[in-house]
Design a protein around this ligand. Structure first.
Ligand SMILES: N[C@@H]1[C@@H](O)[C@H](O)[C@@H](COP(=O)(O)O)O[C@@H]1O
Length: 243
């Protein structure tokens, strides 16, 4: 596990984008695992800039998103499908058929989870997984639990997560209560992982994740067992670490 502490959110975004662009330049048909939320927005902006400056090319890249809300369609402005199109995919030359996000409207969730897992495995797993982190230590939508969920699955969102994500919705009642998320096994099978975190509100969970015990109660703590994980943290998010 490597920790890169940078000055601020902009420096974190630039650093993450440089790592992603290096991955693409090393392997132009690489498989990227993508995250949503506020934290990766700066990184996506940097990657779009690099694409426009012809530093990177996405035409052979395949992507898998970590998660999607359950019960809202990809046309819904609050869906992660909409978020990815708006903030990234519509601005680069990635082929839509090479971008994958769990289907939040699937009739048969078990079938959808199996479909998603087999798609990921069919691509030989993920070369580089980008993660954010929830304030309760969730990665993707793997919430604190009594066990690590292995594969893609339907998850009941914690009240804390619903509250934190309600900022994107008009009313907290509109926030979906369930989501489909890659599991810990999907994430841990990635060859490389970068976890990005910014702001003082993530300092406690970053300390627990990196310096605490490995426990499904802090799902991100499992990353201590991953051989090739880099944490890119701004000074505020890293402020409670003993480094
Ligand atoms: N499912 C997403 C996670 O993938 C993301 O990491 C988390 C933190 O979001 P933010 O970066 O906005 O703090 O929010 C959501 O729960």
């Amino acid at each position: 596990m490597k920790i890169i502490k940078v000055r601020d959110y902009e420096a974190m975004s630039k650093k993450a984008a440089v790592i992603v662009s290096s991955q693409i330049n090393m392997k132009n048909d690489c498989v990227l695992g993508l995250a949503t939320g506020d934290t990766p927005l700066g990184m996506y902006k940097e990657l779009i800039k690099m694409y426009k400056e012809e530093i990177i090319d996405f035409k052979e890249v395949t992507t898998f998103n970590l998660d999607e809300y359950y019960g809202i369609s990809g046309e819904n402005e609050q869906s992660y499908k909409y978020y990815m199109d708006k903030n990234f995919f519509n601005h680069i030359n990635i082929k839509p058929e090479n971008t994958h996000i769990p289907n939040g409207m699937a009739e048969d969730i078990e079938e959808e989870a199996r479909r998603y897992d087999s798609l990921i495995q069919g691509m030989g797993d993920i070369d580089l997984q980008i993660l954010g982190i929830g304030r309760n230590g969730h990665i993707g939508f793997n919430e604190p639990d009594v066990k690590f969920e292995a594969c893609t699955h339907l998850v009941d969102l914690d009240d804390e997560t619903i509250e934190a994500n309600s900022r994107f919705f008009d009313d907290i009642e509109d926030v979906p209560k369930k989501a489909i998320s890659m599991g810990i096994k999907n994430i841990m099978h990635a060859d490389k992982i970068i976890l990005i975190a910014s702001g003082i509100e993530k300092a406690d969970v970053i300390k627990e994740t990196i310096e605490g015990s490995i426990s499904p109660n802090v799902p991100a703590s499992v990353l201590q067992l991953h051989p090739n994980t880099i944490f890119i943290l701004d000074e505020a998010a890293a402020s409670k670490l003993n480094i």
